[in-house]
Design a protein. Structure first.
Ligand SMILES: C[S@@+](CC[C@H](N)C(=O)[O-])C[C@H]1O[C@@H](n2cnc3c(N)ncnc32)[C@H](O)[C@@H]1O
Length: 202
């Protein structure tokens, strides 16, 4: 991680009130793919990590049994809570949780994360994916900055000072090592995509 958790949290606390404005087409496409691939049923418990202002969590709460959104920024979580109240959603809860210590409910069926895991180093991403394997979820849907080839240093889709995206290969290996099989790889941009990992062995 290029910044401490506290620094990341403070940065997002500041951004929170404006976070939902002016999102890129790539961001919107990724949100849509994560929501489509997560595809929860009313019996499913969904854990959304790095939930932010709840773009994924709130959309999934329309169909899931229960959605739990976790984040390190209280400012972002407050925005998410306000939207849940506005929409009258009662099957959703937001609270503190970190990628490697997610403060997860006892049973989780689907894990989602969108545009958040790239804040971790590759080793921290591997540790996170191992933690997700131990949670027992059937499916993990990860939308994020990720490199499908050599990223163009002139046009990074991220902030090199604070972000640390992985290659798709590093992420695929981490999922395989954690007991998942990749069932979909959706490139959105040469530096952005969505991976769907399904539990391979029970
Ligand atoms: C770019 S926002 C994405 C928010 C949301 N998932 C979305 O799609 O709009 C990244 C979020 O990740 C959170 N975050 C960063 N590092 C984290 C960590 N180690 N554990 C949990 N959340 C983290 C930030 O606080 C921020 O809310």
């Amino acid at each position: 991680m290029k910044q401490s958790l506290t620094d990341h949290a403070e940065r997002f606390d500041e951004k929170a009130p404006e976070y939902d404005s002016n999102k890129s087409e790539e961001y919107k496409a990724t949100v849509s793919l994560v929501v489509d691939h997560a595809d929860p049923s009313p019996a499913d418990v969904v854990l959304d990590l790095g939930t932010g202002t709840g773009a994924i969590a709130l959309a999934l709460a329309e169909d899931a049994g229960e959605v739990v959104g976790r984040d390190i920024s209280e400012g972002m979580l407050d925005e998410a809570r306000a939207k849940a109240t506005e929409r009258g959603l009662e099957n959703i809860a937001f609270g503190e949780g970190r990628f490697r210590e997610p403060n997860a409910p006892d049973s989780v069926d689907i894990v989602t994360s969108n545009f958040a895991m790239h804040h971790l180093s590759d080793e921290e991403k591997r540790e996170t994916i191992a933690v997700l394997g131990d949670l027992g979820a059937d499916r993990v849907v990860l939308g994020d900055v990720m490199f499908f080839g050599e990223p163009n240093p002139e046009e990074p889709f991220y902030s090199p000072a604070v972000d640390d995206p992985a290659t798709v290969g590093v992420l695929a290996d981490a999922f395989t090592d954690a007991g998942f099989a990749l069932t979909a790889v959706e490139p959105v941009h040469e530096q952005v995509g969505v991976l769907v990992a399904q539990r391979a062995v029970r």
